[in-house]
Write a protein that binds this ligand. Structure first.
Ligand code: AMP
Length: 118
């Protein structure tokens, strides 16, 4: 896959404050937040889209969700947050390096699932 800004960020080539990091992923604040808390969880391994993950990535995908738990507990928003993955242009994906959005700090209304994330 082509390199992206998230590849550069995960490799430390662009200086960005990590909200969280471990051996397999980093988390950063979204540059264009859609909620008071808007974090991106980005695997160090570049996978273009969720659908491009293979069985080899199963453990990594689970790890990313576990990281969401750690990050939201760390930020004190674990009682109410939303996780979003945009997949493909039709799904609103703009950066083609898999990432999870964590949104928190405001009420996540029912029926709002497709709103608020470009
Ligand atoms: P998506 O539309 O799901 O691909 O999400 C890409 C997200 O990355 C958007 O919410 C952007 O605001 C965010 N973004 C793009 N470039 C940066 C950057 N350099 N630092 C932080 N967030 C970024």
């Amino acid at each position: 896959m082509a390199d992206t800004i998230f590849g550069k960020i995960t490799r430390g080539e662009i200086p960005v404050d990590f909200v969280y990091e471990d051996d397999h992923c980093v988390a950063i604040n979204d540059i264009n937040p859609q909620a008071p808390v808007h974090i991106l969880v980005i695997p160090r391994k570049p996978i273009s889209r969720l659908v491009d993950a293979t069985t080899e990535d199963q453990v990594l995908l689970g790890h990313l969700l576990m990281a969401v738990g750690n990050i939201t507990r760390q930020l004190g928003v674990d009682e109410g947050f939303r996780v979003v993955i945009n997949n493909g242009e039709g799904g609103g994906q703009t950066v083609f390096h898999l990432h999870l959005h964590i949104l928190a700090g405001r009420t996540m209304a029912e029926g709002e699932l497709s709103q608020g994330i470009q």
